[in-house]
Structure formats: structure tokens, C-alpha cells
Design a protein around this ligand. Structure first.
Ligand SMILES: Nc1ncnc2c1ncn2[C@@H]1O[C@H](COP(=O)(O)OP(=O)(O)OP(=O)(O)O)[C@@H](O)[C@H]1O
Ligand SMILES: [Mg+2]
Length: 355
């Protein structure tokens, strides 16, 4: 039976060092939420708190409306899948997978049936009697997954489960994890520092930094509409240009950046634009044009690199250094002048106080 997870205003310390501050997270029933962030930001700590391996300094954790905060780890009934598999080396694949069922007092015949069905599901039926030492990394990972799923826990938590696997297997396994998680409708928290992995597998992603959640949203929203400068940089907006509105004219505004650079922006594209804001765009959304009559940011082109789909230019502008792309059909000379033209659909606006 699956249940919603609610983490409420958790603060956590190791000794006297604060590692999580006032962290709240709601994971709906059947939802998969990833925690994504750089090494040391507190992802594993968050899982340890939910699993009961660490006590919060303050705050509350509920699963299906029941308070877990003071419940010992072994009574929390959570399926865990870790990077290092943590399989029992002297037990067969089938015994590893059946271990949790045995512990929970499931009758042997029922246990055998459920283990066989789960091994079938993860494609390991033919390896049931092997020892973990006789398996590849991907096979071990599937045993760990089967072992967590077979107990049909109300909550599954994954901590970098794929980081020991090669690139191709990582992609195959994340699809497998997502399919199994969806089929069972198990509420899940998935930790990774790989953005593509998090975005591809999750219903929503929490981007973490220094013990806090900077934004929690769908992958699409995070990618296109980051809420603040930290998240914008994290999802690849290379250019963050501080601007202020100097003129409002119906559906358009004129804004000025450093060095007197002026741009016209349409309100229908951006919605309301505050007086002070940051224009964020990826290099793909800032086109280097040799047509100096165009409205854009005047630039001197520096280093040109070839990306396969475009050329990329390091640019010097009155508004600071910027990164722009230009078409393959027309490579521009390094040292030459250009206008950098923002593509409105690929730009977003950040309120000044978040930049
Ligand atoms: N047992 C511990 N004692 C003291 N400090 C710890 C302990 N475990 C982790 N920390 C510190 O707490 C912070 C958060 O660690 P955590 O393991 O949650 O990071 P993480 O986001 O999982 O990082 P990674 O991606 O490297 O696994 C780090 O600064 C880390 O050094
Ligand atoms: Mg970790």
C-alpha cells in the first residue's frame, strides 16, 4: 500500500554543524520526486532522516499521515536502494531478494512465489541461485531493486543507485526503475547529482543547495522557468543580464542593461515585468548576428568554438561577457563586431531579488 510522504520544516545537524535548514518536502502518493544537487548539499542526509538513521533537530516526518519522526528505523518499512547495493555476499540472489519477506514473517511458500515473480519482473529468474559475487554491476543493481520492491513498501528511496554503472546501462536501468515504480505506484524519493537522470525519471525535482531546496517543480518548469538565479545557472542559463525598465509602452517595455545597452521586450512573451529584473538566456537563446542594424547587444566576438549544431562565441559586451551561438551556415570572424539578439521564447525573466 502506497502513501504520501510529508517532510515538515526539518533542521538537522551532525554534531554542531547544521546540514539541513528548515527543509520541507511533500511527495504525493505514487509520485517520484528527485533530490538533485552538488556533492555535500544534503541529499543523503535527507534520506537518512526519512529512513530513521538520523534524528532531526527539529521538524516532523509523516508517511500516510502517521508521524515517523520518533519511530526506530526498522519499524518504518521503507524500501532502500543504495549505490553500493549492500547485498549479502553469502546468500543467493533468491535469498537476498526474499530476505525482507522472511524478516516480516511471510510464509515460505508465499515467499518463494513472490521472489520468483519479482525476479521474473527484473529479468533475473535465470540467475536465482547465483551469489552476488557472480553477477555484473547491473545485475547486482537489479537484485537490490528487486529486494526493495518485493516487500511492497509504502515508500521507496534511492541514493545514487546507478552511479556505479556504465553510461548505457545507467540509461536502461533508470527506465526500468521508472517502469517498476509506476507499475506499482510506489511513492519514491530518488537522489542523484545527474541532471539528465533526475529530469528523465521524475514527476518533480527538488534542486538543493547547501541544505535547502532552491526550487521544487516539474522538469519542464525547472528547465524553462527557473525561479531564481541559482536554479537558472544550474539548468544551464549561461547568460544572466541585470536590467531595469526605462519605458513602458502598452504591450512592450524598453529595458536597459549595464553600459547603456537597450532591449525591447514584449509583455505577451514574459508576462508582467518588474522594474528591476534579470534577463536569463542560454547561449542557444542569444543569437550572434553580423547585421549590426538589428536590435541587440553590441558585441566583440572572442573565441569561436564548434558545437556540431552551432558555433559558439565568447563575447565581450558593454553589459559584460556573454555566450552566444550562431548558425553553422555563417561562421563569424573572431575579433569582429556583431549584435547579440535574444530569442524571446528561449529567454526567461527573474525578479531582481532572486538574482
Ligand atoms: N556522518 C557525518 N558526520 C559529519 N558530517 C557529515 C556526515 N555525513 C555527512 N556530513 C556532512 O553533511 C553535509 C551533507 O552531506 P550529505 O551526505 O547529505 O551530502 P550529499 O548531498 O548526499 O552529497 P553526495 O552527492 O556527495 O553524496 C556535507 O557537508 C557532509 O560533509
Ligand atoms: Mg550522498
Amino acid at each position: 500500500m502506497t502513501k504520501a510522504l510529508s517532510i515538515q520544516s526539518i533542521t538537522a545537524h551532525y554534531g554542531t554543524t547544521k546540514v539541513l535548514e528548515d527543509l520541507s518536502l511533500e511527495v504525493a502518493e505514487g509520485e517520484l520526486v528527485s533530490l538533485l544537487g552538488a556533492s555535500g548539499c544534503g541529499k543523503t542526509t535527507t534520506l537518512r532522516l526519512v529512513a530513521g538513521f538520523l534524528q532531526p533537530t527539529s521538524g516532523r516526518i509523516q508517511l500516510g499521515g502517521v508521524d515517523l519522526t520518533r519511530l526506530p528505523a526498522h519499524r518504518r518499512d521503507i524500501g532502500l536502494v543504495f549505490q553500493n547495493y549492500a547485498l549479502f555476499p553469502h546468500m543467493s540472489v533468491a535469498d537476498n531478494v526474499g530476505f525482507g519477506l522472511k524478516q516480516r514473517g511471510v510464509a515460505p511458500a508465499e515467499k518463494t512465489k513472490r521472489v520468483a515473480a519479482m525476479l521474473e519482473r527484473v529479468g533475473l529468474a535465470h540467475l536465482a541461485s547465483r551469489l552476488p559475487g557472480e553477477l555484473s554491476g547491473g545485475q547486482k543493481q537489479r537484485v537490490a531493486l528487486a529486494r526493495a520492491l518485493v516487500i511492497e513498501p509504502p515508500l521507496l528511496m534511492f541514493d545514487e543507485p546507478l552511479s556505479n554503472l556504465d553510461a548505457k546501462l545507467r540509461v536502461d536501468m533508470r527506465v526500468e526503475i521508472r517502469q517498476l515504480q509506476r507499475a506499482n505506484g510506489t511513492t519514491s524519493v530518488y537522489v542523484t547529482h545527474d541532471q539528465e537522470e533526475a529530469f528523465s525519471i521524475s514527476d518533480r525535482v527538488a534542486i538543493m543547495h547547501a541544505g535547502r531546496i532552491m526550487q521544487l517543480d516539474t522538469p519542464e518548469t525547472l528547465y524553462q522557468r527557473p525561479a531564481n538565479a541559482f536554479v537558472a545557472r544550474f539548468v544551464g542559463f549561461e547568460n544572466l543580464i541585470p536590467m531595469r525598465v526605462v519605458e513602458r509602452d502598452g504591450a512592450k517595455i524598453t529595458a536597459e542593461a549595464a553600459g547603456g545597452v537597450r532591449l525591447t521586450l514584449g509583455l505577451e512573451q514574459f508576462g508582467a515585468i518588474p522594474d528591476s529584473f534579470t534577463l536569463a538566456c542560454r547561449a542557444d537563446g542569444l543569437v550572434a548576428s553580423p547585421d549590426l542594424a538589428m536590435e541587440g547587444i553590441p558585441a566583440t566576438l572572442g573565441l569561436r568554438t564548434y558545437l556540431g549544431r552551432a558555433y559558439q562565441y565568447q563575447c565581450d559586451t558593454p553589459a559584460g561577457p556573454l555566450l552566444a551561438n550562431g548558425p553553422l551556415t555563417r561562421p563569424l570572424e573572431m575579433g569582429g563586431q556583431a549584435k547579440l539578439v535574444p530569442v524571446p521564447e528561449q529567454c526567461t525573466i527573474l525578479a531582481a531579488e532572486t538574482a
